[in-house]
Design a protein around this ligand. Structure first.
Ligand SMILES: Cc1ncc(COP(=O)(O)O)c(C=O)c1O
Length: 389
């Protein structure tokens, strides 16, 4: 007897959901800052798997941590204490500084933001969140609700779970009227990633901090993309010397192994109770071992200094071909292009260099590994110089 299925008789060419546009590179291997394709081409990677591969591919310390932890114990629930979970939290809290010394481990950036927002609503008992125009915070119900343009483009839930107001990203004077005493949380990327490697800058971040203090709203820095060394400091918060109440981290935190974290100030942590948040995989031993190894590598190989030096070199030399300006911070850089960034990206792929685009059609986004050298930048500049403006 025939069983009911949803399939037609055609077998699809791919069994993957068709939600991602595909670059024309069939990846077989990664090595440092290089991606090797099935057809033998070797690409210099300025994209880093969307800001994830901070240490580059196959970093020995990262590999060793994975193997060591897998042999010892690959998984254990948060209900059982395990030394690596506590050790990695202590290491991350120390690396971050800023008094954010309580860590809740999760699996993705969106999940970290979802929990940060949840805690802000719970602690304040208020009904509204403020986010910035062009900000990106993830695809879950709360994170998507504070993502600029999500409702129009992909949100799909019938309504937002709370009130949201968006503030202009370059107008500190507008903050006072938008952040009020109904505001539970203000969530911002100090350097916007998808928004075009756009650095909010100190006056804006200071205005947000001051207004949150005045109104009792909690300030959340979403450093999922700009954090973990990418700006040349541990976090952009350190670069600007401004401490949020909560900070979220993911992407480069695991260098490719899924791990994310919500860091909380003492004021917030004091109000977190049993069962307020939860997770199965978050804080798994493999994820924690990897996060520990990533921080060790950044510190022992002086990678923050390298990011700052090579970023300055790139800014000084890359204004060639279609590039009219450089924005962003550290290794979250936007090359402003005279032609549509997608065309420049395609021309670079022809020259075996991979860069990203962004929400701004005239900004090409660079998110390279922290081990990038000036020699690699020279290659990029030579390639850009060959592309007509
Ligand atoms: C700033 C920022 N926040 C949150 C997210 C969501 O992270 P994830 O895809 O790990 O859920 C992203 C992803 O691109 C991001 O760039």
């Amino acid at each position: 007897m025939a069983t009911a299925t949803n399939s037609s008789t055609d077998t699809p060419a791919s069994h993957l959901a068709r939600v991602f546009a595909q670059y024309p590179i069939d990846v077989v291997r990664g090595d440092g800052v290089w991606i090797l394709a099935r057809d033998g081409r070797k690409f210099l990677d300025f994209y880093g798997g969307h800001a994830v591969a901070g240490l580059g591919y196959g970093h020995p310390r990262w590999l060793a941590a994975l193997e060591r932890q897998a042999r010892q114990i690959a998984f254990q629930t948060n209900a059982l204490p395990i030394a690596i979970r506590e050790r990695a939290a202590a290491k991350l809290a120390k690396f971050t500084g800023l008094g954010l010394d309580t860590v809740f481990w999760v699996n993705s950036g969106a999940e970290a933001n979802e929990n940060a927002l949840r805690m802000a609503f719970k602690i304040t008992g208020r009904t509204k969140a403020v986010a910035l125009e062009h900000g990106w915070h993830g695809r879950t119900a709360a994170a998507g609700a504070v993502t600029w343009g999500a409702i129009e483009k992909w949100y799909a839930f019938p309504r937002r779970p709370f009130d949201v107001a968006f503030a202009p990203r370059a107008d500190p004077a507008a903050i006072d009227s938008i952040v009020d005493r109904d505001t539970a949380a203000v969530i911002v990327e100090p350097v916007q990633g998808v928004g075009g490697a756009y650095d909010l800058g100190k006056p804006m971040l200071e205005a947000l901090r001051r207004r949150c203090d005045e109104t009792g709203a909690l300030l959340i820095f979403d450093e999922v993309q700009c954090g973990m060394g990418r700006t040349g400091s541990a976090f952009a918060a350190n670069h600007y010397g401004i401490a949020p109440d909560m900070l979220t981290s993911a992407k480069a935190l695991g260098n490719g192994f899924p791990v994310a974290a919500l860091l909380m100030s003492r004021r917030v942590a004091r109000q977190v109770q049993t069962d307020d948040m939860g997770t199965t995989f978050g804080g798994g031993p493999m994820a924690c071992a990897v996060a520990e190894a990533v921080i060790d590598a950044i510190e022992s190989e002086s990678l923050l200094a390298n990011v700052r030096t090579v970023s300055a070199y790139l800014r000084a030399h890359c204004r060639v071909g279609p590039v009219t300006g450089v924005q962003g911070l550290g290794f979250l850089l936007g090359l402003r292009t005279s032609r549509p960034a997608k065309e420049v990206q395609a021309a670079l792929i022809d020259k075996q260099i991979l860069a990203g685009t962004s929400g701004d059609p005239h900004v090409l986004r660079l998110l390279p590994a922290y081990i990038l050298t000036e020699g690699h930048v020279d290659r990029l500049c030579e390639a850009l110089a060959q592309i007509s403006p």
